[in-house]
Design a protein around this ligand. Structure first.
Ligand SMILES: [Zn+2]
Length: 408
């Protein structure tokens, strides 16, 4: 197997999470009796360019990039994040009615609607029909394609070069990261800016966030490796911000390599911090399995203890993170009775692998569980605030990552 970026032979395993189905392969009741396809969930680190990546399966990329039908607008805090970003970047880049903004993976228009509201022309690139439909209903124009060199060339030839290209949580999900990055350079106007947000690998390691690993998440990124991928594509990073989203993300600012803007000191500082942390040292990567195993063992221990005490445990948030944790820990519905999710498209279905039933959050009041495990720990505050009812019957909230912790 070769590195997705530099083509070097991959030899070193960062994490082996056993076998798991695609994290979005939710099951119907009828599916439960049928065999289920699982794939090894094994993550490698390239000792040449330090890209951490999933194993590349010849025919599986397409499967793993399949329609999530996740609507960004369902999270209130994410909507606020998008609105404040729009305000900030509009001021910083002095965007106005003659500017042009492209968002890659524009989802349901949660971000671009803010540009539309201020009269700044924009275009979303989004291959998923259901979310693209929702965006167009709000007046956001959408090009229904995957982004890469071919799309970028067509946009540039059509006079649609961008003053700003943004991509929130798409970079890590792109199978061909070189093609995608070259596309960014081609679609970017002279003097334009690229903003990408992605979960920061340094935080993933520091905070034991192994549950953010799943097949559809191809790359785990640091500034070190992104700078390198950018350089090869004719781009460079000139500024960055650290964000609290997704357990700790980076928002990088990129431009053409010949752009006159100076590199902000924070970029070199972060490269130094990553080096000091050990991101160019195999031992840091190879020590991660033990950290993940401890989280898993503590969680299983807790669930078994509650079962022995006759306490009931349910979970909240049937997202990819939860599927990784459940499948790695081998947890089934004998230890967790059900998981609640606000998305009607998941209710009545079952988690892939673990077969834990997914119910509406309204069911919490009917079952009154003693414990509610919050699987998307990055939204814990928001979920606790919405589900205060749990406290009324003496129920408690808990998270498993970065360590087992009672929250209320
Ligand atoms: Zn490499």
């Amino acid at each position: 197997m070769k590195c997705r970026h530099c083509d070097h032979q991959l030899e070193y395993i960062f994490l082996d999470l056993g076998y798991a189905p695609a994290s979005n392969a939710y099951l119907s009741k009828e599916d439960l009796g049928a065999p289920e396809t699982t794939f090894p969930l094994k993550i490698y680190v390239c000792d040449q360019c330090w890209l951490v990546q999933t194993k590349d399966y010849a025919d599986a990329d397409e499967l793993f990039s399949a329609d999530y039908a996740y609507f960004s607008s369902t999270s209130q805090s994410w909507l606020q994040h998008a609105a404040s970003y729009t305000e900030k970047i509009t001021k910083r880049l002095k965007l106005e009615k003659n500017s042009f903004v492209i968002e890659v993976a524009s989802n349901d228009g949660y971000l671009l609607k803010n540009f539309i509201a201020t009269g700044i022309p924009c275009l979303g690139v989004e291959p998923t029909d259901s979310t693209a439909d929702a965006a167009e209903k709000m007046g956001v124009p959408v090009l229904r394609e995957f982004f890469g060199v071919a799309t970028a060339v067509a946009l540039a030839e059509g006079g649609k070069s961008a003053d700003l290209i943004c991509g929130n949580n798409v970079y890590a999900h792109v199978p061909d990261i070189n093609d995608f990055t070259q596309g960014l350079r081609i679609a970017l106007k002279e003097g334009g800016t690229v903003n990408l947000e992605f979960p920061h690998l340094m935080r993933l390691i520091e905070q034991n966030q192994f549950d953010t690993i799943y097949h559809e998440h191809f790359s785990y990124l640091s500034l070190t490796v992104v700078s390198r991928i950018f350089a090869q594509a004719g781009l460079r990073v000139f500024d960055l911000e650290e964000l609290p989203t997704h357990g700790g993300s980076l928002r990088i600012y990129g431009c053409h390599d010949r752009d006159s803007r100076a590199m902000e000191p924070v970029v070199l500082e972060m490269l130094e911090r990553e080096k000091a942390f050990g991101l160019q040292d195999l031992s840091v990567y190879r020590g991660f399995q033990q950290k993940a195993n401890k989280v898993k063992n503590d969680f299983i221990g807790f669930l078994v203890e509650q079962k022995r005490k006759g306490k009931s445990v349910s979970a909240y948030g049937a997202a990819a993170k939860g599927n990784t944790l459940m499948n790695y820990a081998g947890i089934k519905n004998d230890l967790i009775d059900f998981v609640c999710d606000a998305a009607p498209s998941k209710q009545g279905r079952f988690m892939p692998g673990s077969h834990i039933p997914i119910l509406s959050p309204a069911e919490l009041a009917n079952h009154k569980p003693d414990w509610v495990v919050i699987l998307p720990w990055n939204f814990a505050d928001e979920i606790i605030e919405q589900q205060q009812q749990v406290l009324s019957w003496g129920g408690k909230f808990i998270i498993a990552v970065p360590e087992l912790r009672v929250l209320t």
